[in-house]
Ligand binder design. Structure first.
Ligand code: URP
Ligand code: ZN
Ligand code: ZN
Ligand code: ZN
Length: 500
């Protein structure tokens, strides 16, 4: 007879069929009817509640203020690894992808090692992997250091086409893509045209138009669309998969969709803020608009947001991530860095000095379940699982260890009870587990919230209370991207790639 540490009875697996889920040693070892527990088996009766795989958040910034660049800017992230991952598991996310950031001139290996040590010292509640942010793709970094990272299971890099201290040139971008192709790594790109953003910013500053609401004007949709088009073009030329992160405008979604229709290996991510918040949030009294400053910025109210929803439903977007990047509103090293005094002594917002980013690692999964599956009913549970767990696992080389309810997968599970939940609004101080001091989603009525989160067979969150401990989270050594791609190499490029 099979022995189990944990049996989830009567689980409505992915909203598709009812079965018991047997877990041993943190792994799903049986899926079937009437699994027999032994005396020591922990039993959770799901009562036919929906059970989905633990969420995988592909885009989470935690403790990123430790890099030399961030230290120089004087920003203090609201969340370290402990508080950020505590918040993750409380929202049904069991794996987070964090960013190890290289500063210009710094060895990439050193940057990753430092971040590894920091994460280990702070302790994670959730399993985690790293994307390597490359700001200085020197010959040494590309030829010597990246292959070492690939061996360590760090199989993704983030490249920036904007931000003065981080962006790379087109030429460097092509070199990085070529190396990604050779190593089977996936490149993530922050696609905004940095010169265009800088130009608009300079023009606004010259006119003293610096309040938070001008953030949206400083980052025109054309800056995102142009950079997306360029990135897609480069990916095609290099015949290398590329993921466009935090897509916020219909123009970009259109470029991506067209490329995908041509079977180009383009993947895309969007985030809750671009589906649920509009740029009017930036225009608030008492500097409160600063709470909503992020890059790309929040967009217009209806047209843009509807287009992003369509992209989520029709498959343009493969993954749905939080881009959790929290700064406390009241902290002088957080959002308050952007509050200055005008010449007449009046308080004045300076969007260029306000740290970029919104909190959201805890609300991501419940928001999509509530808004997408239950309220708008525009996605089913299957698509919800793809967006929040299965596709990030495939894209980032963790599938089927993660992102699946299958025999042999890690027992990372979320139990929902949509029928018995009383819809309610969030209050940050009462409901959330991060270390920020606000949530951008306090106006939204949640129709459901995970009742139980299980990570590798252990209950880490139950009925509003985190039960896990920091340090339980493991580093996940990842393999190659497992999203299906069709290679459509042009004859002229065979010469280039043949040498690789
Ligand atoms: O505003 C944002 N998104 N901050 C995080 C950094 C980034 O570009 O993802
Ligand atoms: Zn070159
Ligand atoms: Zn970015
Ligand atoms: Zn980000």
């Amino acid at each position: 007879m099979q022995e189990f540490d944990l049996v989830l009875k009567n689980a409505f697996v992915n909203g598709a069929y009812v079965a018991d889920i047997g877990v041993k040693g943190g792994i799903i070892t049986a899926l079937g009817l009437n699994l027999s527990p032994t005396e020591d088996t922990q039993i959770i009766d799901c009562e036919k509640a929906i059970v989905t795989p633990g969420g995988i958040d592909g885009h989470v910034h935690l403790a990123q203020d430790q890099s030399p660049r961030a230290k120089e800017a004087g920003y203090r992230c609201a969340d370290n690894v402990e508080t950020g991952t505590r918040s993750a598991v409380a929202g049904g996310t069991t794996t987070v992808m964090l960013f190890a950031e290289q500063s210009r001139g710094q060895s990439l290996l050193e940057a990753v090692e430092n971040y590894h040590a920091l994460v280990a010292s702070q302790g994670s509640y959730a399993d985690y992997g790293f994307h390597a942010i490359i700001t200085d793709p020197s010959e040494k970094v590309l030829q010597e250091e990246l292959p070492v990272l690939a061996q360590q299971g760090i199989m993704s890099m983030k490249l920036f086409l904007t931000y003065k201290h981080m962006r790379i040139s087109d030429h460097q971008f092509l070199h990085a893509l070529l190396k990604a192709r050779e190593l089977g790594m996936i490149a993530l790109v922050h696609a905004e045209n940095g010169d265009l953003v800088d130009f608009f910013t300079e023009q606004l500053e010259a006119r003293n138009l610096t309040d938070s609401k001008y953030k949206a004007i400083a980052h025109p949709s054309a800056a995102e669309a142009e950079a997306t088009n360029r990135a897609v073009t480069f990916s095609t030329v290099m015949d290398t998969p590329l993921l466009i992160v935090h897509v916020s405008v219909p123009e970009s979604a259109k470029v991506i969709r067209k490329a995908q229709a041509n079977l180009q290996p383009i993947f895309a991510e969007t985030c809750p803020q671009y589906l649920l918040l509009g740029k009017a949030k930036l225009d608030q009294e008492h500097f409160c608009g600063a709470k909503f400053i992020c890059s790309p910025p929040l967009r217009s109210e209806k047209k843009d947001i509807d287009a992003i929803w369509r992209g989520l439903v029709n498959g343009t977007f493969n993954i749905f991530s939080s881009d959790h990047c929290p700064y406390r509103f009241e902290d002088p090293s957080g959002k308050q860095l952007g509050l200055t005094r005008a010449d007449n002594g009046n308080p004045q917002g300076m969007f260029t000095k306000t740290p970029n980013g919104l909190p959201g690692v805890e609300t991501r999964v419940p928001l999509l379940f509530s808004e997408g599956v239950l309220r708008r009913k525009c996605i089913d549970v299957k698509r919800f699982v793809e967006l929040t767990s299965e596709n990030p696992a495939k894209l980032y080389g963790m599938y089927p260890q993660k992102g699946a309810i299958q025999i042999g997968s890690d027992a990372d599970l979320v139990i929902w009870h949509p029928e018995s939940f009383t819809p309610r609004r969030l209050k940050h101080s009462r409901d959330l587990h991060d270390n920020c001091d606000y949530s951008p989603y306090e106006d939204i009525e949640f129709l459901n919230w995970p009742k139980i989160t299980v990570l590798r067979g252990r209950v880490v969150f139950r009925d509003g209370v985190v039960q896990g401990r920091s340090g339980y989270g493991n580093f996940i050594k990842r393999g190659k991207c497992a999203m299906p791609v069709v290679r459509v190499m042009e004859q002229e490029w065979d010469v280039l790639h043949a040498a690789v």
